[in-house]
Design a protein around this ligand. Structure first.
Ligand SMILES: C[S@@+](CC[C@H](N)C(=O)[O-])C[C@H]1O[C@@H](n2cnc3c(N)ncnc32)[C@H](O)[C@@H]1O
Ligand code: SF4
Length: 374
């Protein structure tokens, strides 16, 4: 089985924290879709496995019209062997969602909606420079459920300057009240070159203290557990049967093809990443010149990526996998570094699998960097 990722690099406005690849100008939209269609076609021989997951991410895929989305989906179905049951996710911004849009999404086969809520409070949304308000956030979920979408995931951000513990608790209570089956919750990261970075650098904003961020992470773990969601990855929480198959496959090393500017692919020991510029991507695709870079994943990279991704999940690091796939020197390094954390109960070993403990979760980055083979 394999996955497909389609990157839609357009947004209505620039959120203050975001450094993903997108443009707020729709100037190249038509040309970009044409280039995307061509890329989908050219790559058809690269994957032999049936496609089990399709994921439209961005940017803002919900910004596209029905005709544009359906032309992309059609191109996928005519060029790839798509499995009968497919998880088909599309990222939506709440302000794009109404009954008509939801019907259109359903008609092209979307069966999982990823709603970029971020917060259910207007002051946070304004602080983020989001295009939607709190009312729209809630309404988009209710409307999606009314239209029959059962598999809805929402994104929330915590550790933000205006988010008090009381508000964070209330944001999390919406999971229960709105009967949401999946949540991706991220700590606010100040990315270079973003408006947020500028605000922090010029002293307009003071980031939340580490202590407060940790407290909100604790609240997140505790409350989601109470609502029946399992933390199956550091930032991802789902009810049983609602874990993201597409993302879980990334973490399990399943192959995928990515289309569109900045999209990554992972096929047969190689990683590819497309150029992160709309105009250059279009020109290169049209001129049949190179539009991506590639790297062969050597042993060290493969090991570091395996440890980094697997330790963040409930599936953990499998010692048998390490022994089968990596040299003795690499295994010895892992065992030596892991021993101290096992002793201090930051890591837990059950049979051949090592996972983070609750205590370990709070220093996950430190543990992984110590386990890296450099
Ligand atoms: C790239 S966005 C795409 C989804 C969609 N465009 C949206 O914003 O609703 C994916 C998610 O990443 C998260 N995110 C992006 N940048 C972040 C940052 N600097 N800190 C924390 N979360 C971030 C947000 O929760 C966002 O919904
Ligand atoms: S967070 Fe989403 S909507 Fe906002 S700029 Fe980034 S990709 Fe666009």
């Amino acid at each position: 089985m394999a996955g497909l990722y389609i990157h839609i690099p357009f947004c209505k406005q620039k959120c203050s924290y975001c450094d993903f690849h997108f443009s707020t100008s729709l100037k190249y939209k038509t040309d970009l879709i044409q280039a995307l269609l061509k890329e989908i076609e050219i790559k058809q021989d690269q994957i032999k496995e049936p496609i089990q997951t399709i994921y439209f991410g961005g940017g803002t895929p919900s910004i596209l019209h029905q005709k544009e989305l359906s032309s992309i989906v059609e191109r996928i179905y005519t060029n790839y062997k798509v499995a009968e049951v497919v998880e088909f996710t599309l990222e939506c911004n709440p302000d794009d969602i109404d009954s008509q849009k939801l019907k259109e999404l359903k008609s092209i086969g979307v069966n999982r909606l990823s709603m970029g809520v971020q917060s259910f409070f207007d002051d946070d949304l304004q602080f983020f420079n989001r295009a939607h308000n709190a009312n729209e956030a809630e309404r988009s979920i209710l409307k999606s459920q009314d239209e029959g979408f059962e598999n809805i995931t929402i994104d929330l951000i915590y550790g933000t300057p205006l988010l008090t513990d009381k508000k964070w608790k209330q944001n999390l209570e919406k999971i229960r009240d709105l009967n949401v089956s999946h949540l991706s919750a991220y700590t606010l990261t100040v990315e270079p070159k973003t408006a947020l970075h500028h605000q922090v650098k010029t002293g307009q904003i003071t980031p939340l203290s580490d202590e407060k961020v940790v407290r909100q992470l604790e609240m997140l773990i505790e409350q989601t557990k109470k609502y029946g969601l399992t933390q199956y990855e550091v930032s991802n929480f789902g009810k049983e049967g609602f874990y993201s198959l597409h993302n879980s496959n990334y973490w399990k090393g399943v192959e995928y093809l990515g289309f569109g500017p900045s999209a990554h692919s992972y096929i047969g020991e190689k990683r590819y990443w497309n150029i992160s510029n709309n105009a250059k991507y279009i020109d290169a695709i049209n001129a049949n010149t190179n539009y991506f870079e590639e790297e062969v994943i050597d042993e060290k990279t493969a090991y570091n990526e395996y440890v980094l991704t697997r330790l963040r999940t409930i599936w953990g690091v499998d010692l048998t996998h390490l022994k089968t796939n990596f040299r003795e020197e690499v295994n010895t390094h892992f065992e030596k570094e892991a021993a101290a954390y096992l002793k201090s109960a930051h890591l837990l070993q059950e049979k051949e699998v090592i996972t983070l403990t609750h205590k370990g979760l709070f220093i996950a980055d430190k543990i992984t960097s110590d386990l890296f083979f450099v």
